[in-house]
Design a protein around this ligand. Structure first.
Ligand code: PMP
Length: 432
């Protein structure tokens, strides 16, 4: 495949943009390097790159693109918003409309606030939880990514009640001290951490269905226990649903698992592809937020008409009957097809799937937490990734990410993808 123009653009980018990219994972560091492909057009399930190669896209822009690229209903909403002026700095009726729409899908949200990214949404839920409880520490689960604000960049490896060390330079140890990291899907270490630090814990922050070391679902009863144990010590439970809100159902993971948190952070899908974040929760907690309460949070771009219009339009597409069945049906075909081909080529894989999102891990062990995901074969994934890309299948360049299906994907896309999987597996085993 000729990617000369991408190569030229990446060289130029490296001169002007740090690392050549505006978000680190785009640089293919997780798959042993290479030139990131520069896309010039997205339409439905397909991308065209700057050298006119065509791809079926399963990256979905790391999650937000669930209706396919350039969905006409969303595009038209953005056009109308742009024609009316993209930013006012005054309230607009779109904000009310969108807040009502989200609230009606996620009952635990008494009040919401729109921000510009998932990072901002999570960061603010923590501030509000601290304001509400008068406590400083949080507990998070190892390997869960919650954006790049200081506090949550502490992942600190696994092990019960490990006190945090930052995963990024530039984060003071004094901040990291306020984060305790425990393994996902295990209750004993959480119990121990709450026993030791309970009266200092403002919140336990969790992705109810993990999307950041692949798709990992909670074990039976895990989230119920997270709620009970946290509430016993007077802390709040925050769900980071930046990936999961409107991903698996018209609503959120909390509706699927039947457990409600005190606060929820959202992003990605709810912006229909434009920048957005949102957080919300119980009214007595949300009333901590300025201008009603002492916890400050603001934003020049927050609730801008373009993001609101795109978000409303996206949910209008998603609320149509059959949307999530379509995603689940294609997801099941993909899962079955990959598993069959892996088995016929003798390549051990573990596929974690929920609806239209799945992760293919190169391992023969089940993946239930970060340690399991870390112990999968990154080199195999890297060769799989590059070979699939060469065959016109665009995946996330990381063994920890999911494949995201969209409403625009078709059975024909799955058929073509499985052909690519088959010949990629043949190359990986030296049959070709
Ligand atoms: N939380 C989760 C669960 C995420 O997956 C992400 C982004 N991958 C974020 C927060 C941060 O969102 P953003 O990139 O919009 O700041």
């Amino acid at each position: 495949m000729n990617i000369h123009t991408s190569e030229t653009l990446f060289k130029e980018a490296e001169e002007h943009i740090v690392g050549g990219v505006n978000s680190p994972s785009r640089a293919y560091k997780g798959v042993g390097g290479g030139t990131p492909v520069y896309m010039k057009k997205g339409e439905g399930s397909r991308f065209i790159d700057v050298d006119d190669n065509e791809y079926i896209d399963f990256l979905g822009a790391y999650g937000p693109i669930i209706t396919g690229h350039a969905h006409p209903h969303i595009t038209s909403a953005i056009k109308t918003a742009a024609e009316n002026g993209v930013l006012y700095g005054t309230p607009t009726s779109l904000e009310n409309e969108f807040a009502k729409k989200i609230k009606s899908a996620i009952p635990s949200l008494d009040k919401v606030r729109f921000v510009n990214s998932g990072t901002e949404a999570v960061m603010t839920t923590i501030r509000v939880a601290r304001a509400y409880t008068g406590r400083n520490k949080i507990i998070k689960f190892s390997g869960c990514y919650h954006g790049h604000s200081d506090l949550v960049l502490v992942a600190a490896g696994s092990g019960p009640a490990t006190l945090g060390t930052p995963d990024s330079a530039g984060i003071p140890a004094s901040i990291a001290e306020d984060v305790i990291t425990v393994p996902f899907n295990e209750i004993a270490p959480l119990k121990e951490a709450l026993k030791r630090f309970g009266d200092e814990i403002a919140a336990v922050l969790v992705e109810p269905i993990v999307g950041n070391f692949g798709i990992v679902t909670p074990k039976e009863g895990f989230l119920e226990q997270v709620n009970d144990l946290t509430h016993e010590t007077g802390g709040l439970v925050i769900y980071d649903e930046v990936i999961t809100a409107f991903r698996f159902n018209y609503g959120s993971a909390q509706n699927l698992v039947g457990v409600e948190p005190d606060m929820t952070a959202m992003g990605k899908i709810i912006g229909g592809g434009l920048p957005i974040g949102a957080y919300g929760g119980r009214v007595d907690i949300m009333e901590q937020v300025a201008p009603l309460g002492p916890a400050y949070q603001a934003g020049t771009m927050a609730g801008n008409p373009a993001s609101m219009a795109a978000g409303i339009a996206c949910l209008e597409v998603l609320e149509k009957p059959g949307v999530y069945d379509h995603l689940d049906n294609l997801g099941a075909q993909l899962e079955k097809g990959i598993a069959e081909r892996a088995s016929s080529h003798g390549i051990p894989v573990q596929i974690n799937r929920l609806g239209g999102a799945l992760t293919v891990y190169f391992t023969d062990h089940p993946v239930e937490n970060y340690e399991d995901a870390e112990n999968t074969d990154g080199e195999k994934f890297a060769s799989f990734f590059h070979s699939m890309l060469e065959k016109g299948i665009n995946l996330a360049p990381s063994k920890f990410e999911a494949w995201f299906l969209t409403t625009a994907h078709t059975e024909e896309d799955i058929r073509i993808t499985l052909e690519a999987v088959d010949s990629t597996f043949a190359e990986m085993t030296g049959e070709k």
